[in-house]
Design a protein around this ligand. Structure first.
Ligand SMILES: [Zn+2]
Length: 337
C-alpha cells in the first residue's frame, strides 16, 4: 500500500464512496463487490480506502481515522484481517493454492474482532480452477467478510464469479474533474496537465505515472522522429534502426495510440497531438483514407501481439515493415490530396 495513509477516495470517486458509506451505515454492504473499470483510474486505491474504512475501529467522517490500533496495523501493512490475492508476478495467473489458502483463512474468525477484507486484483487473473476454488466462499459468505474484486476487464472474469458480486462500474472519470486534481500535482514538472492526460488516454494515475522516469521524454522523442518520417526528413529504415535500440513494446504501444488518435482526429475529435503540426502535415494526415488507417491499426495490434509472444523476434525487420507500410499510407494521402 504505497498510497498516503489513510487512503481517501479520489475526487471522481465521491459518489461511489458515499454509496459505500451509506451501505455500511445501513448494514447493507454486499459480501462481494467488483470494482470494474479501465486501468489507471484508482480502483485499487478505492478498494484500499474501503478496506481501511471497514477495519478502522473509530472511523471519522466516513473514513479510517489513521490513529487507532487497527489503523496502526494497516499502516504497517500487517493487519491480519486484510488479505490480498494477486498473481505472484504481474501478468501471471492467480494460483489455485493461493485461493485455497485464502478461503481457509476466511473460515477462521477475524483476529481483530471486526470485518475480514480480501482484495483480489486483478480478478481476471484467476483462471478457471482458481475461480472455482473461490466460488464456495462467494456462494456461502461468512459473516462480516468483504471480498473486493478489482477488474480492468470484467468480461474476462468467469460469469459464475461475476454474477455473485455486486458490480460497481467505475468509468473513465470526467476530464474537468481530473484536471482539477492533476494540475497542482504537475506544476513543478513544468508539463501542461491537459496533453499529459490526453497521452494517458484520460486515466489520471497513468498520467501521473508518465512523469516518473523518462517515459514522457521517450514518447516525445518517438513523436518527434515519427513526424520527421511523415515529413520525409528521415527514412523508414533509419528510423527502424533508431527505434530498435529502445523499448520496442513501448514504441509499439506509443504508435498504436498515435495512430488511434489520428483516426479519432479524422473523425472530428479534438486531439491536441496534431494541433502543433505544420499545416501541410496536418493536411496530409487528414487525407489518409480512414479504411487504410483502420487496417493499419489492425496490423499494429497483430504485430504487437506477435512481438509480445516472441513469434516475431527481429526488431529491425518488424519496425521497418511497419514504417514502410506507413509510408504507403502517406503516399495514398498525397494522391487523394
Ligand atoms: Zn482507525
Amino acid at each position: 500500500m504505497s498510497d498516503n495513509f489513510p487512503a481517501l477516495p479520489y475526487p471522481w470517486q465521491k459518489d461511489q464512496w458515499q454509496s459505500f458509506n451509506k451501505h455500511i451505515d445501513d448494514n447493507q454492504l454486499a459480501h462481494a463487490l467488483m470494482l470494474a473499470g479501465p486501468a489507471g483510474i484508482g480502483k485499487r486505491h478505492l478498494a484500499n480506502a474501503l478496506a481501511q474504512r471497514l477495519l478502522c475501529q473509530t472511523p471519522q467522517q466516513g473514513a479510517a481515522c489513521g490513529k487507532c490500533h487497527s489503523c496502526g496495523l494497516l499502516r504497517a501493512q500487517t493487519h491480519p484481517d486484510l488479505k490480498y490475492l494477486q498473481p505472484e508476478e504481474p501478468g501471471k495467473a492467480i494460483k489455485i493454492d493461493a485461493v485455497r489458502e485464502l478461503t481457509r483463512a476466511l473460515g477462521t474468525t477475524a483476529q481483530q474482532s471486526g470485518y475480514k477484507v480480501v482484495i483480489i486484483e486483478p480478478a481476471e487473473a484467476m483462471n478457471t480452477n482458481s475461480a472455482n476454488a473461490l466460488l464456495k466462499t462467494l456462494e456461502e459468505p461468512a459473516e462480516d467478510t468483504l471480498l473486493i474484486l478489482v477488474s480492468h476487464t470484467p468480461s474476462a472474469v468467469l460469469p459464475t464469479i461475476r454474477s455473485r458480486c455486486q458490480i460497481r462500474s467505475l468509468p473513465m472519470p470526467r476530464k474537468a474533474v481530473v484536471l482539477d486534481w492533476l494540475s497542482p500535482l504537475v506544476t513543478s514538472s513544468g508539463i501542461a496537465p491537459e496533453p499529459l492526460l490526453e497521452m494517458a488516454r484520460g486515466a489520471p494515475l497513468n498520467a501521473l505515472a508518465l512523469l516518473e522516469g523518462d517515459t514522457l521524454e521517450q514518447r516525445q522523442q518517438m513523436e518527434k522522429n515519427f513526424i520527421q518520417l511523415c515529413d520525409n526528413k528521415t527514412t523508414a529504415i533509419a528510423l527502424a534502426g533508431e527505434w530498435q535500440k529502445g523499448d520496442v513494446t513501448a514504441t509499439l504501444e506509443w504508435l498504436l495510440i498515435w495512430v488511434y488518435d489520428l483516426a479519432r482526429w479524422q473523425a472530428g475529435a479534438e486531439v491536441s497531438t496534431f494541433k502543433p503540426l505544420p499545416d501541410h502535415l496536418r493536411h496530409q494526415l487528414s487525407k489518409i483514407p480512414g479504411a487504410l488507417l483502420h487496417r493499419y491499426l489492425e496490423k499494429l495490434l497483430t504485430v504487437k501481439a506477435q512481438w509480445l509472444s516472441g513469434a516475431n523476434p527481429n526488431k529491425q525487420l518488424l519496425l521497418e515493415e511497419l514504417l514502410l507500410d506507413w509510408g504507403v499510407l502517406l503516399r495514398q494521402a498525397q494522391k487523394v490530396a
